[in-house]
Design a protein around this ligand. Sequence first.
Ligand SMILES: [Zn+2]
Length: 356
Amino acid sequence: MKKYIGLEEMSNVNCSSVLNVIRNCGSVSRRQISDITGLSWGGMTKIVNKLFSHGYIVEEKDTSASGVGRTPALIRINDKKNVVIGLDLNREGFAAHVMNLCGEVLERFSEEVSFQGKEELLQVILRFTGRIVPGYKEKNILSIAVAMQGAVDAEKGISVKFPHCPDWENVPVREILQQEFGIPVFVEHDPDCMLHAMLKNEECENMLLFRLDRSIGMAASVNGEIIRGNGLLEVAHCIAVPGGKPCRCGKKGCIEAYLAPSLESGRLNEEALQELLDPLAVFMYNMMRVFHSETIILTGKLMKYRTAFEKELLNRFYQYCEKSEARVKLVEETELAVEGAALTAVEGAVDLIQIS
Ligand SMILES: [Zn+2]
């Protein structure tokens, strides 16, 4: 981390924090902005004027008709200008949300995809993104954030692996998209994006999220911060049953070895599901202990069949801890990853803001 920052950088940091205050408050007076940010009246005015001139914010019309004194004008985000794009690139299909800085989804896109290898997958990604970008050029696209399945190095913007694409290795997705579209790009692991979306809606800071498809994806937050790092929290081959079912990795008893057969060929296998419940409950409990989680979110394709196992899974989980220690929520939500990606894009865009 840099210790010293220059005056110009300081001004950009202040722009971001003023814009964040306005985003979080909905509408807010100049006095409140100065109070919340701790900026002087003069400093605040300078930044607010810059944000006005670049179209980030607008002044709200005074709707109170009575003439008792002058009501201070309120400022809010300009919802007609400046958008971001969130992309969810999943081997089953792609989805996108175009979002304004208020967090409102302006348009949704989705597409079934098929690809044979790396080059084709890259072309599909560029074509899908290229369908969206031209329509929003005029509104000004501030950033794109991508939720990627597989292994991701978010810091470097690299998609390390993508499921069912064996020659896809260490692909610099951030660089490729930035070059093609000339817009700042963020690349995130898809469970992190899902967790991001959940954190926005729940009053909870220590949260765990498991995406249960034919494999398991995991994300964790501690004190409201999502834990990130290349290769961290890749838990599919953690041993849940010593000497248990053989796994495709060559070991025995991995959690994935129990999960994969329960959704074989895209349908629920009841027998395999029954064998999954115990290992899954133990695994959830262990991770909850590691991360001091208050809430555990289960999501992914398996949730389509939640009525078949929810009660039994919870019974087994609460053999190990009290109900007051952690709550478990099963969420059947296909848009979590794309929503989280769009939110990541909004936050990234506000952090990057540079205006003179
Ligand atoms: Zn394994």
